[in-house]
Ligand binder design. Structure first.
Ligand code: ITT
Length: 192
């Protein structure tokens, strides 16, 4: 079985990815390898931050690993909050405040098109590989649902009439940015 560390402090992401990969891979959390560091995300693009997180684990623990960085890209806001999604309303990583800020900025806006984009950086034996996934949708005018995490209550994926926060984990994973990026990662790992 392939052992991989998933370099994230977000337990929802860990849960989503473990559900997709099933028992084909042994996914270890940062806690399981004894890493308690909140790795600073200082890059100005998703690729850079995904690389920083996975590189930190590989360099300090010598383990094959991957990390994801995700952004919500809103057309009417020129792609914001994008790479700054986690701290859009300030440094506190407060999901409610981040969503309130987006809803407020779009309050008189008819163009509500948006997409989630995930970039995964995989490091195997020191070599980096990138995989991405996108889901298009719209920003709702208010929060709906209490499943998922982050911006899920205000994002409705294209072709659905519910928000991500009203969908079960499995349904979200089938069409989501992260689900799609992970499928590409799995296809690549099968070739090794
Ligand atoms: P790690 O860096 O430890 O992996 P994080 O929560 O900081 O966890 P990101 O930097 O990738 O993760 O996330 C940027 C922001 O986007 C953050 O506010 C997340 O809550 C949000 N986000 C990421 N994936 C999401 C998803 O699938 N649905 C809704 N919001 C999401």
């Amino acid at each position: 079985m392939i052992e991989l560390v998933f370099a994230t402090n977000n337990k929802h992401k860990l849960q989503e990815i473990k559900a997709v990969v099933g028992d084909k891979f042994n996914i270890l959390s940062l806690a399981e390898i004894g890493c308690t560091k909140d790795i600073p995300e200082t890059a100005d693009a998703l690729e850079g931050n995904a690389s920083i997180k996975s590189r930190y684990v590989f360099d300090n623990y010598g383990k094959n690993c991957f990390a994801d960085d995700t952004g919500l890209e809103i057309e009417a806001l020129d792609g914001k909050p994008g790479v700054y999604s986690a701290r859009y309303a300030g440094p506190g990583h407060d999901h409610q405040k981040n969503m309130d800020k987006v809803l407020n900025e779009l309050r008189n806006q008819n163009n509500r098109a948006a997409q989630f984009r995930t970039v995964i950086c995989l490091i195997i034996d020191g070599k980096e590989m990138f995989f991405d996934g996108i889901v298009k949708g719209t920003i709702l005018t208010e929060k709906h649902g209490d499943k998922g995490f982050g911006y899920d209550p205000i994002f409705q994926p294209e072709g659905y009439d519910v928000s991500f926060a009203e969908m079960d984990l499995e349904a979200k994973n089938k069409i989501s940015h992260r689900g799609r990026a992970v499928q590409k990662l799995i296809e690549y790992l099968k070739l090794l």
